[in-house]
Design a binder for this molecule. Structure first.
Ligand code: HSE
Length: 405
């Protein structure tokens, strides 16, 4: 029998407890032996709850109990999760976590420690919630050189952009509605500013190239500047606006960024709506593959955590090799990345056309029903740097969005 303890009885932690209990029989069968919950760590009390008799407030009880062989970390945030996880690994316990902040900041170091102690540090739920993506990258796509990973990696922002598209509403209105329904956090900054997606693409890129990608190095732009008028233009183009986390290897250099993109039906990510996530991977021999599902939420995320627990139990005394070294991967400057750009200028076409042509050459004009007093167009493909240099000479630019078609 393997004893497991859960750190943090919030949404995901309570989901893990629920999944372990609901699917106990099949989980035990798949793990090859019974898995039982011994402790739950939380600062709060939960009188009358099913874990009342397992609740502890002092982490050292778990850390110092040799019977606990697997620790599930679902507290979130870097501290004290990092210290707790490190101590668990040092004491020869495997750790399964859903915590992307922790994995993005300390993944390589904790993997090295797990290897040294011959245990496992597993983090399937840290990216894409219930979608299997970490294990496929680590264990299935190993014959390929990864050329691109592009994902809709954040459910909250995908929900907001989908609602803005379906209802024609403004960002602030939809955000408030999402908060009222519990789909968006009261403090939505990490989601809407793209920080959450940034950590997730940092983790995926680190795994794809086997080196440490510092999330602070990734150019990150959120969705707070996307307006209902941008959506009208997208609709006129039969396109959609999505926020992508993306990394690409071009001529041996790796680029990574998080930013809103205008995409059309030619993208496999076009139909990924609401809270769903999807991750598109291109390998040099496999070609394209896509992973789709629920990227957030109590039970989908808990499903991935418990699958890691089963894997940890199946690999007791054996470290699962993961290529993610502490050696830093220097990302190429996004200035060199190329896209087309959708640009909105205030003022009529006649007042803007000549300057736009002078700066961008031939452009594709875009009009949208009910939008007046501005001139909008899509440039040809150009580098970020060339666009920046040209657009700073445009006194009337309202906004710009990268275009992926
Ligand atoms: N806030 C995240 C999201 C939760 O909306 O996708 C899952 O990481």
């Amino acid at each position: 029998m393997i004893h497991v303890s859960v750190l943090g009885y919030g949404t995901i932690g309570s989901g893990v407890v629920e999944v372990l209990s609901t699917n106990q029989e099949s989980i035990d069968k798949r793990a090859g032996q019974p898995i039982r919950l011994k402790y739950v760590l939380d600062l709060r009390d939960f009188p009358g709850s099913p874990i009342e008799d397992k609740l502890v407030h002092d982490y050292s009880i778990i850390a110092n109990d040799p019977e606990v062989q697997v620790v599930v970390e679902t507290m979130g945030g870097v501290h004290p999760a990092y210290e707790f996880v490190k101590e668990a690994l040092e004491k020869g316990k495997s750790v399964c976590t859903s915590n992307k902040e922790l994995v993005a900041a300390h993944g390589a170091e904790l993997l090295a420690l797990a290897k040294e102690k011959n245990v496992n540090f597993l983090f399937e739920a840290s990216v894409g919630g219930g979608i299997p993506i970490i294990r496929p990258l680590n264990q299935c796509l190993t014959a390929d050189e990864i050329e691109e990973i592009t994902g809709i990696l954040n459910g909250t922002t995908n929900y907001i952009l989908t609602k803005m598209t379906d209802e024609g509403s403004e960002f602030e209105t939809v955000l408030k509605d999402a908060q009222d329904k519990g789909y968006a956090e009261r403090n939505p900054e990490a989601d809407v500013e793209g920080y959450d997606a940034c950590r997730k693409i940092a983790i995926l890129t680190s795994l794809a190239y086997g080196m440490q990608v510092d999330y602070q190095d990734i150019y990150t732009e959120g969705i707070t500047k996307i307006t209902d008028v941008d959506i009208k233009y997208a609709k006129a183009l039969n396109a959609a606006i999505k926020i992508f986390g993306t990394s690409r290897k071009v001529d041996g250099k790796v680029y990574a960024m998080v930013a809103p993109m205008m995409i059309n039906q030619s993208s496999p990510l076009f139909s990924v709506n609401d809270v769903f996530n999807a991750i598109f991977v291109r390998g040099n021999v496999l070609g394209d593959v896509m992973f789709y599902g629920r990227g957030a939420g109590k039970l989908p995320t808990a499903s991935a955590v418990v699958a890691d627990v089963v894997d940890a139990v199946k690999h007791m005394g054996k470290n699962i090799m993961t290529i993610w070294s502490t050696k830093k991967l220097e990302l190429a400057s996004v200035d060199e990345a190329s896209h087309r750009f959708f640009v909105r200028l205030s003022g009529e076409k006649a007042a803007n056309e000549a300057l736009a042509a002078e700066l961008f050459g031939e452009v594709e004009e875009v009009t949208a029903e009910g939008v007046t007093g501005e001139y909008a167009f899509i440039t040809k493909e150009m580098t970020e740097k060339a666009f920046k240099d040209a657009s700073c000479k445009l006194p009337s630019m309202i906004s710009r969005i990268r275009v992926n078609f």
